[in-house]
Design a protein around this ligand. Structure first.
Ligand code: DGL
Length: 287
């Protein structure tokens, strides 16, 4: 299903989807990396969170979201959601064989392996991301000796949605989750503590400061948004799919679709995109 190789393909928008607003951190990185591209972003806000759902449900939701974007003529699909990338990417690549489909797991794993000197790498994400093991596999495929510890930090999603990205509650949650992996008082941590931490969830970059305050200054924090944007740029370039439009002439450069609450999408999404979103620019869609 889908096609991406026609002559007019390069002028079509790039489709980006996530379970909600968190993937706007990835859209932001994509926009900075490819200033001449147009994007359609779909946030499946009615069904967030994906992170606590079964693999079957995540695959079904991801396919419905991708179908909706393909109907809108996108030339490539970026799966910004770590849970959907971890669980549904093989099914999506199978279904959309002619479409460039890029997830966040492989670029994130690549960046983690490049950053880690000791090979001790920690991955934090949703329950489904951690349970599915895709990051763990992607890291050990690239570096078989790597020691990967993955931890579900589901509460971070709620904190980020609520805007509680700093302060005592965020700090307490970060300590509760991360001190066992990084805390100095933890038996056995010392030498084997991870030197690299992968933020394997769209929502976690907005908590980066509080996470940093717990893990300390020496740990490299990998945010897969920027690495995914670079991977998408080179994949589109290799396939001759890059657009050449002048960004200044693109008032509708980023279009937004949401499956629920356009006002809430605009209000909360602005935090993740780091610029305001007008609710009138968000279209309500039904999958
Ligand atoms: N977008 C999800 C992810 O990156 C986080 C929110 C959710 O659980 O749906 O894993």
């Amino acid at each position: 299903m889908g096609s991406s190789g026609s002559a007019a393909a390069s002028s079509r928008p790039i489709g980006v989807f996530d379970s909600g607003v968190g993937g706007l951190t990835v859209l932001r990185a994509l926009g900075a990396e490819m200033p001449r591209e147009r994007f359609v972003y779909l946030g499946d806000t009615a069904r967030l969170p994906y992170g606590t759902k079964s693999p079957e449900t995540v695959i079904r939701y991801a396919v419905q979201a991708a179908d909706a974007l393909i109907e809108r003529g996108v030339k490539a699909l970026i799966v910004a959601c770590n849970t959907a990338s971890s669980v549904a990417l093989p099914a999506m690549r199978e279904r959309y064989r002619d479409m460039t489909v890029i997830g966040v797991v492989e670029p994130g794993a690549e960046a983690a392996v490049a950053a880690s000197r000791s090979g001790h790498i920690a991955v934090i994400g949703t329950e489904a991301t951690v349970r599915g093991g895709a990051y763990q596999r992607a890291i050990t495929q690239r570096r078989p000796q790597a020691q990967v510890r993955a931890l579900a930090c589901q509460m971070f999603v709620a904190l980020a949605e609520e805007g509680w990205t700093s302060g005592p509650v965020a700090r307490a949650a970060a300590e509760q989750y991360l001190a066992p992996l990084f805390g100095p008082a933890t038996p056995g941590v010392g030498e084997s503590a991870a030197d690299t931490l992968v933020l394997a969830c769209t929502h976690f970059p907005v908590l980066q400061a509080v996470i940093r305050s717990v893990v300390g200054p020496r740990v490299v924090i990998v945010d897969s948004a920027a690495t995914t944007a670079r991977a998408a740029h080179s994949a589109l370039s290799e396939r001759g799919l890059l657009g050449g439009e002048d960004a200044a002439r693109m008032p509708d450069r980023m279009r937004f679709l949401a499956t629920d609450g356009v006002a809430r999408f605009a209000a909360i999404g602005g935090r993740f995109l780091a610029r305001s979103i007008d609710a009138r620019d968000v279209e309500l869609v039904d999958l």
